[in-house]
Write a new protein. Sequence first.
Length: 119
Amino acid sequence: QVQLVESGGGLVQAGDSLRLSCANSGRTFSNYVMGWFRQAPGKERKFLGAIRWSDGSANFADSVKGRFTISRDSAKNTVYLQMSSLKPEDTAVYYCAAWMAGTSDYEYWGQGTQVIVSS
C-alpha cells in the first residue's frame, strides 16, 4: 500500500521559491513513478512533472520547465518539488501521485497542499 502525504505549501510572494515534500509512508516500488500535479480554482488538474523511482530520471511539463525541479530521497521515501520564480498564476492546490511506470493509471494520490503566490 502506498500512502502519500504532501507538505510545504503556504503563502509566498511572487519571485519567491518554495519546496514541497511528498512522503510515502507505505511500500516503495522500484517500478513506480512519483509525480506532481496542481489544480487551480475552477480549472482542471494539470501534470507538472514526475520522477522515476528506480533511476531518478525526471520529466516536466513545458509550462514549468526551467522553474521547477523534482528530486527524491530514497532513504526518506520522499519526493520533493522545488519551485522557483513563483508567479501568481502558480497559485493552486498541489498534489503528489504515484503510479506504475509506463502507465497513466494514477493509482495513489495525496490530499494536496495549498500554494498561494501573492503579487
